[in-house]
Design a protein around this ligand. Structure first.
Ligand code: FAD
Ligand code: NAP
Length: 544
């Protein structure tokens, strides 16, 4: 990548540096470079575009957002060109789509791939960001935009003896492209969304599959059925209405959220609604499309949980296995779905190891030994152990704002973020899916944020502003609001990555704005329309 002569910012190499080439980074390059004529440079440690869908190539990887809304909405042309055959997109299909977007807008020419950003320091004197990479280069830019991904920094527990294992170890979020599981003795640690998918896909091909389950999960069918040309044509013809609904909804998954409480419904009605949702498929639909209070009322939550628990006992033939597979906690993690998940445990080549009752003691050269002494001989161990979610990729970079203040120090008690996009003392710094952003189907939220960021930068350039950052009061108020909203739901009562509870050493904190995309769009729109009164402009200049 050579420096362009067209940089508008005096004394800077680029107007903006954009980190990440997933949905967020790619759209940012398009908005700032092609619509605003800024000179931008993108970095990604990956070898190409795709973000999540570049890295997560494990067998069975599929989106559980329906195909017609797991995509950008901004281009009618791209929407009409969209191709899919089934209700949900598989990882190769999403990666193809992202490659097509990159080709369509010639986005790769603004990226340097295979390059990890190691440090981002704000230079108070020059008023510019200095971005350093693992290739030893440093570039300067006025704006820094991070599309680092909220589920991207892998969480790989360091089990005792792990280096002694003679077989292959892989994390699902950094999948070895040549991995072959056929005929192997495979172990899977983890039963979250990823674990469920990889377990379903591996059981039929592995010689033997051992699932190391710490917490049993509520898994409903995904319902990944073929979609007819007629249905797809109808979706394409109705995109204006579809996006209007998605962007004013709560979870942005393309269905109308229910307005009917389960609390007051009869057991007969509840079970009929749950059964219809079970047949239809979809994890978010089961939680938000059936009744309006499953995530807020303990009574409603118990009703949904009990329905799924009954299904488990009906499906799993061995009652001891069924009991181990039955969740003990409330139904308030990120909803999971997969086809015939519980049936997997009826197979002769599948073993379930309950590592809550009998934890993993160590890896040995030939497999995994549990605390009881039970040994599981394995050729391959798959870590489906999730991510250091939301702030993981931020704290892995040496990020420093005004006067050298470090992000690690600022976020030592948990990540903070104003509108899910900005942080105090970090001028001209914009995060995509940063802390305290919306909890939804993500592409529409990503687009919402990138558009707001681009509009803010456009305003800055039009007014000749040097810098923008939120006030501490505004940031604190937003974080407080997110806490209040989260506490109105049952989500904080379950231990999961949504509150940082999955990573050892991380504090359980609020990391999302849980009032839905429609409300979020109104909130950030009001900041812009109100003239950015919650921001400080040109702070360094004001202090002189
Ligand atoms: P990402 O796609 O995560 O991209 C971030 C990029 O930043 C990565 O390529 C990474 O290499 C790069 N990066 C990070 N740090 C650095 C650094 N220091 N230097 C250089 N590059 C860096 N969401 C849904 O809404 N629906 C789904 O069905 C769904 N399914 C998912 C399935 C899986 C397996 C996973 C892991 C996530 C899923 N998600 C889903 C969430 C998904 O991450 C988002 O939908 C979306 O892809 C995020 O896009 P992004 O651009 O914000 O980040
Ligand atoms: P996850 O939900 O955090 O699940 C990680 C799993 O690993 C959990 O079962 C956890 O057990 C287990 N685990 C972690 N550390 C362990 C340890 N030391 N010993 C034993 N078990 C351990 O991660 P994920 O499954 O990768 O999913 C993360 C998110 O990515 C999802 O919530 C979703 O948003 C997204 N995703 C979506 C899809 C999709 O369907 N579209 C697919 C994959 C991922 P505990 O539960 O006990 O902590």
């Amino acid at each position: 990548m050579t420096k362009s002569e067209t940089t508008k910012t005096k004394g800077a190499d680029y107007d903006a540096v954009i980190i990440g080439a997933g949905f967020g980074g790619l759209y940012s390059v398009y908005k700032l470079r092609d619509e605003q004529g800024l000179n931008v440079l993108g970095f990604d440690s990956a070898g190409d575009v795709g973000g999540t869908w570049y890295w997560n190539r494990y067998p069975g990887a599929v989106s559980d957002t329906e195909s017609y809304v797991y995509r950008y909405s901004f281009s009618g042309e791209l929407l009409q060109k969209g191709r899919w055959k089934t209700r949900y997109l598989t990882q190769p299909e999403i990666l193809d789509y992202m490659n097509e977007v990159a080709d369509h807008y010639d986005l790769r020419r603004s990226y340097q791939f295979g390059t990890k950003v190691t440090a981002t320091h704000f230079d108070d004197v020059a008023g510019l960001w200095k971005v350093t990479t693992d290739k030893g280069q440093t570039v300067t830019a006025k704006y820094l935009i991070t599309g680092l991904g909220l589920l991207s920094a892998v969480n790989k527990p360091n089990f005792k003896g792990i280096d002694s294992f003679k077989g292959q170890i892989m994390h699902t979020g950094a999948w070895a492209q040549d991995a072959n599981l056929e005929g192997k003795r495979v172990g899977v640690i983890g039963t979250g969304s990823t674990g469920v998918q990889v377990i379903i896909a591996t059981a039929p091909i592995a010689k033997h599959l051992t699932v190391f389950q710490r917490s049993a999960q509520y898994v409903v069918p995904i319902g990944n059925t073929p979609q007819s040309a007629e249905v797809i044509a109808e979706q394409k013809a109705n995109y204006d209405d579809i996006w209007k609904q998605v962007k004013s909804s709560v979870v942005a998954f393309g269905f109308e959220e229910s307005t009917i409480p389960a609390e007051t419904a009869s057991e007969e009605v509840r079970n009929a609604v749950f059964e219809a949702a079970w047949q239809r498929g979809g994890g978010f639909y089961f939680m938000f499309g059936t009744f309006c209070d499953i995530a807020t009322s303990q009574i409603a939550n118990d009703a949904a949980a009990n329905f799924i628990k009954t299904k488990i006992t009906q499906i799993v033939k061995d009652p001891v296995l069924a009991k181990t597979l039955t969740p003990k906690d409330i139904y308030a993690k990120r909803p999971l779905c997969g086809n015939n998940y519980y049936d997997v445990y009826n197979r002769d080549n599948v073993t379930l190891a309950d590592v809550k009752a009998d934890p993993i003691a160590e890896f040995t050269p030939s497999g995994i030994r549990l605390q009881s002494g039970a040994e599981h001989e394995l050729d391959v161990v798959i870590f489906a152990t999730g991510f250091d979610a939301v702030d993981g990729n931020y704290t892995r970079i040496d990020m420093r704002g005004r006067n050298g203040v470090t992000m690690r120090e600022k976020w030592k008690d948990g990540p903070l973020g104003y509108l899910g996009m900005m942080e105090t003392d970090f001028p001209n710094f914009f995060m995509i899916l940063g802390p305290n952003g919306p909890f939804t189907n993500l592409p529409p939220s990503i687009e919402t944020q990138v558009e707001w960021i681009a509009e803010t930068i456009e305003m800055m350039e039009a007014k000749g502003r040097a810098s923008i950052e939120p006030t501490e009061a505004a940031r604190d108020e937003w974080v407080g609001l997110c806490r209040t909203i989260a506490d109105m739901t049952l989500f904080p009562k379950a231990e999961s990555w949504i509150f940082g509870a999955n990573s050892p050493g991380k504090k359980n904190v609020v990391m999302f704005y849980m009032a839905g995309l429609g409300n979020y769009r109104n909130a950030i729109g009001a900041v812009k329309d109100g003239g950015y009164q919650t921001m400080v402009f040109d702070r360094a200049n004001a202090l002189v």
